[in-house]
Ligand binder design. Structure first.
Ligand code: UN1
Length: 526
């Protein structure tokens, strides 16, 4: 099923063209970057650049300011129509979207690798994540139940009714250019909303390819395409969507810096907001941990996706008794990492997404060196000729002088494959370090001792939104609510009770009696 790509025998450009064409995208045309039932685009022309080779994959006409407003208006009209479609019928639409995505899974996964830079198995995995959340949404469409609440008044009943909310604006990041939109779309659509998507400016092709697949299903079912609208563009398009009173809910994934602005703006117009911001995730390794499992898990957490997941492992806390052997084993993995073209099956490490990310990586290494951290492995861009066109950096393990979590080295998220290590004596100390950074997305403890597990998941344990045991920090399934606390923004997406944010709750007190008594026994008799 992976047979679409025959690396080495053909140039990347030819393969790129193959992938795009198979997704209905003509790379030699200027692509329209707006969809709200109709494809168009008359804003700025942007190029999608392949992070592996630096080649321009295609050019996109993004949304002009008036097109953003039009798309918002059409999306609202679509909502007004769509909210009356019964929820299980909406689920049936999602089921068809799921099937359409599954049919294109390998191509769309390859598209993610091509445009974002993550390796093929992760690109395909990301589409799988969208498929999984569609399945979840199909089930949900028959289970978004309200409740009947006991009334204190005779002959009365109280219902809590989940109704569709309105327009959901999704602002997604480059690192998951398909799946994070999927989490939001599946819940939003099941709940009876219309969605407007403003993707990262650097992954427009993934969003166009995904929207084409969804639009086809909507149109085939006579549903307005603006139930799943798309506006590509940069900061202005994002700001316009965030500021729009048309969007009841804004679901934003990105940096803490931008998230702070988005959160304040949406709050100032009394909109709802879901924030999924930075992660600064730690793995803690106890002396009784099974290192044959823990070492590869930390390797995947830190080097997988070239360290560009919100959930990537950035901090490693090793118990003193196993620190040396753990690092020896981890270094072996690092020294043999297969770096290169993410579309080649054997590759484990692809490029960083942009050239400027390499600069951020280099600055972070510079900072570590200036504070006398030991660079255990890595620390520079790859010098190999075959990697020269792309944004390839060595995965790095560093041992900072101080373990103080308040130091900038420890307290800042760097979106690159840099793993900082510190050594501890007692679990309590490691938990304290784990919790002492501003972010609170994911965390991971490795132990076989049930008493450690109890501490870790309890009130004095990890304060992150994701608290794993013998599982790495990244790679969550869709079934649980996904999100983080503190400066990660407290948002929850995907599974669990996340759907409850995508509806407006109506508390309905119904009187079936022949009297109209007041609550709390209030007497207002005339
Ligand atoms: C993200 O990095 O923004 O848990 C999302 C994970 C993935 C999602 C990451 N399922 O790593």
């Amino acid at each position: 099923s992976y047979g679409i790509l025959r690396p080495m025998s053909r140039s990347l450009s030819t393969r790129a063209a193959d992938i795009l064409t198979n997704l209905g995208i003509n790379p030699s045309e200027e692509l329209p970057g707006v969809y709200d039932g109709q494809w168009r685009g008359s804003g700025e022309l942007v190029s999608s650049v392949c992070p592996t080779t630096g080649e321009v994959l295609a050019r996109v006409r993004t949304a002009s300011p008036s097109e953003v407003q039009e798309a918002l208006a059409r999306t609202r009209e679509a909502y007004v129509q769509f909210r009356n479609v019964p929820a299980p019928k909406r689920g049936e639409i999602l089921r068809q979207i799921r099937e359409a995505l599954a049919a294109k899974r390998d191509y769309l996964g390859a598209m993610v690798s091509l445009e974002m830079g993550k390796i093929r198995t992760e690109g395909v995995g990301e589409v799988q994540e969208f498929i999984d959340i569609c399945d979840y949404g199909v089930g949900l469409s028959r289970m978004m139940n309200g409740r009947v609440v006991a009334s204190e008044r005779p002959g009365h009943s109280i219902l809590e009714v989940p109704n569709p909310l309105g327009v959901v604006a999704v602002l997604s990041a480059f690192n998951f250019p398909v799946a994070v939109y999927g989490w939001n779309l599946a819940l939003s659509l099941a709940a009876g909303n219309a969605t407007i998507w403003k993707p990262s400016p650097t992954t427009p092709l993934c969003s166009i390819a995904t929207t084409k697949i969804i639009a086809r299903v909507l149109e085939d079912n006579g549903i307005p395409g603006a139930v799943a609208s798309l506006v590509t563009g940069g900061k202005e398009a994002g700001e316009a969507v965030v500021a729009s009173p048309q969007a009841e809910l804004v679901s934003f994934t990105g940096s803490e810096r931008v998230g702070r602005i988005v959160g304040q703006n949406v709050a100032s117009r009394f909109g709802k907001v879901i924030l999924e911001l930075g992660g600064n995730n730690a793995s803690i390794i106890m002396p009784d941990a099974d290192l044959s499992l823990a070492v590869p898990a930390v390797y995947f957490g830190a080097v997988g996706t070239a360290g560009q997941r919100c959930t990537s492992t950035r901090r490693l806390y090793l118990h003193k008794d196993i620190a040396e052997s753990f690092l020896d084993r981890l270094k072996k993995f690092y020294s043999t990492v297969r770096v290169g073209d993410p579309l080649v099956k054997e590759t484990l490490l692809g490029p960083l997404h942009t050239e400027s990310a390499c600069g951020i990586y280099e600055q972070a290494i510079q900072k570590l060196r200036s504070q006398s951290a030991e660079i255990i492995t890595g620390g520079k861009r790859y010098q190999r000729d075959d990697l020269a066109g792309g944004n390839f950096v060595e995965p790095t393990i560093a041992l900072p002088q101080s373990a103080n979590p308040k130091d900038e080295i420890w307290s800042t998220e760097v979106f690159a494959p840099i793993l900082n290590v510190a050594i501890f004596d007692e679990l309590e100390q490691a938990i304290e370090w784990n919790n002492s950074v501003p972010q609170g997305l994911s965390s991971s403890l490795w132990t076989k001792d049930i008493r450690n597990v109890g501490k870790w998941i309890g009130p004095s344990g990890s304060d992150a939104g994701i608290v794993n045991v013998n599982v790495g920090t990244s790679g969550a399934e869709i079934g649980a609510a996904f999100g983080g606390n503190k400066s990660t923004g407290w948002g929850r997406e995907s599974g669990g009770d996340a759907w409850k944010q995508y509806v407006r709750w109506s508390a309905c007190t119904l009187n079936f009696s022949d009297a109209a008594p007041l609550a709390q026994g209030v007497d207002f008799s005339t």
